[in-house]
Write a protein that binds this ligand. Sequence first.
Ligand SMILES: [Zn+2]
Length: 179
Amino acid sequence: MYHGRRAFLRAGSAALFGGFVYPSFALADVAKDVRSLALNNIHTGERMTIAYWEKGAYIPDALTAINHLLRDYRNNEVHVIETGLLDLLTLLHARLESSAPFEVISGYRSPATNAMLHAESHGVAAKSLHMHGMAIDIRLADRPLDVLHTTARDMRLGGVGYYPSADFVHVDVGRVRYW
Ligand SMILES: [Zn+2]
């Protein structure tokens, strides 16, 4: 069980409905005054826990720091990461009731890096949303990958791809679609 009494209460409803169901609250419920993210770039070892939105406004310095952490680590190219993607991560983290940072496998990908990866792997789209700062590949140390996957999918906020052999889930703020 994940969290004592609340987990116990949910275990009761899971017995009724036959599955473990995470709460389905919206961003406004979980982050009224502050939105923050904990990110761990597994390639560079950079970590941060940072508030990026406060009292109705995004914080420019925080967005700059996040953009840098999520840069293309192969050539250090930095690109703006869509704030909608950050909000998606905030909501996903809250719904999972995780206390671990997001481990980031891939954030921004420059066109050069994406073309190289596309040539190597059928799993990498030629017109990837990673090239627009609209996609991120993640996992969480304290939640099973399949739970991360189904929770992201159930939010219906964009694309979700499941890559169990590589141990990550892709989420993006493009059109709602699953693979
Ligand atoms: Zn991806």
